[in-house]
Design a protein around this ligand. Sequence first.
Ligand code: ZN
Length: 197
Amino acid sequence: MIFDYPSQRTERTHGPSGYSTYESYRPWLRDEFTFRCVYCLKREMWGQVTCEFELDHFEPQSVVPDRELDYFNLIYACSRCNSVKLNQGISDPLKILTSNFVVVLPDGALVSDNLDAKRIISQIDLDSPKLRSWRVMWMRIVDLANERDANLYQQLTGFPPDLPDLGRLRPPSNSRPQCIAMSWFAKRQLGHLPQSY
Ligand SMILES: [Zn+2]
């Protein structure tokens, strides 16, 4: 299901560091967050014309200015969610916005009985009537494509063609270089990239 949140993660896959601009982390973050907004799960492939994805400072720069260039403080988010989050301090979505804690109903509503998850849903306004109907619209579009247009279905649920080749990036340092082998690019090289996700 396109709006099912991923399973809980205790840590990130990648660990690049030392870049002098936070934009340099973009390819790592695209891979880490599977080319979609960590909050609302909007996908790159649903709007490829403009660059709608931003690098959100999880702990706001106003609170921890020294973590501006810290990979572990950067999150891949759509411009809508990033602009709603602003300077709010929130729980780590990799641990909280997960299928263990949040269920998406067929009417687009988000349900959770976890207090931290409820708080993020409220802070990012993820269960607003607008987002509920947006989810229903996309579920319907993807269902229709699945029934009638295999290529379109593939586009809407598959990976973007420009998977970042992290092995060529050579960041100043990387605490988890072995994890580049787990990147989506590496999976595609081996023929292990799923058709859809
Ligand atoms: Zn979003």
